[in-house]
Design a protein around this ligand. Sequence first.
Ligand code: SF4
Length: 306
Amino acid sequence: MENERKPIEVEVASPTGFCFGVKRAIESLEKCIGESAASDGAGKVYSIGMPIHNPQEVARLSRKGLVVVERIEDVPSGAGAFVRAHGVHPSVKKALLERCCGRVTDATCPFVKNAQEKAALLAKEGYSVLVLGDPNHPEVQAIVGCAGEDVSVASSLSEVKGVGKKDRLGVISQTTQKKEFLGAASEVLAPAVRELRIFNTICGATTQRQDAVRKITGSVDGLIVVGGKNSANTAKLVEIARSRNCDTLWIEHSGELDGRWFAGKARIGIAAGASTPDWLIEELKIALETSQVSRGMEGYDGRNDE
Ligand code: SF4
C-alpha cells in the first residue's frame, strides 16, 4: 500500500536571515565591484577574509568579482579593497588604505563601529577594558584593536571571574553575545570592581533572531536552521533551539536535507543566521513546500520529486 503523502507545513521564523549590517555590507560590496569594473575594467575587489560567514553567498559574490585573500600582501597595490561588516583591526585598515591608495570601502556595521568607539572611549578615559566574546572572532579582534594596551577578552564566566579585582573596568560585548552572559558577567564583576562601566553593545538583530527561534520552537515538530557552518550567530541559533529540546537540523543549503530527519514531523520551522541570504531561505522553503515528503518516509533527498 502507498504511503499517505501529505505536504509538510512550513513556518519561517520572523525576523530571520540577513541583518541590517550584513545586508548593508553586501550592497556596498556589489556597488564597489561595479565601480571597480568601471574604473579599471577588472572589476576585482579584495577582502581580507570572508566578507560574510556564508560559503554559498561568498561563491555568488566571487563570480561577480570578489577576491578573498588571507593577507594584506595578497592585495595588488592600487586595487579596490573591502572591509566587511565585522570590521578589521585599525592596523589592518591603515595598511589597506596605504596599499590600495585610498580605494577602500569600509562596510563595518554601525553597531560594530559603536562597540569599537566605546572601547576607544574607555581606553581614553583610563579604564581597563574587558571584551566579552570569542577572542578568535575578527569582530572581537577589531574591538580589541581599539581598546588600548590594557584590554582582555573573556568568553566564559570562569574567564570573567579570572579578571580579579580592578580599580576601574569598562565592559564591552561582542555584538552577537547572549544578553544572559552580559548579565551574569555584570553580577560577577560588580563586587570586585570599584568603578564598573558597562556598555551593552549586543546588537538588537541578534537578540531578535534568537527570540524568534525561542518562539518558533514551541509550535513546530522540528527546526531547520540554514546558515554557514562558519557563522557564530547561526551556531547560537542552533544551540538555543537544541537547549529547548527542539529537534534541530543545521544545514548550509537545501541540497543537504536528509529524509530520515522528517520522520514523524508534520510541521517544520525554518530559521536562518544573520549572514544567510534570502535566496537560500527561499530555496529551502520551496524545496520543503513543493516536495511531497511523506511523514515517516525515509529516503527524501531534498529534491522535488514531482
Ligand atoms: S548582527 Fe548586528 S552588529 Fe552584526 S552585522 Fe548584523 S546588524 Fe551589525
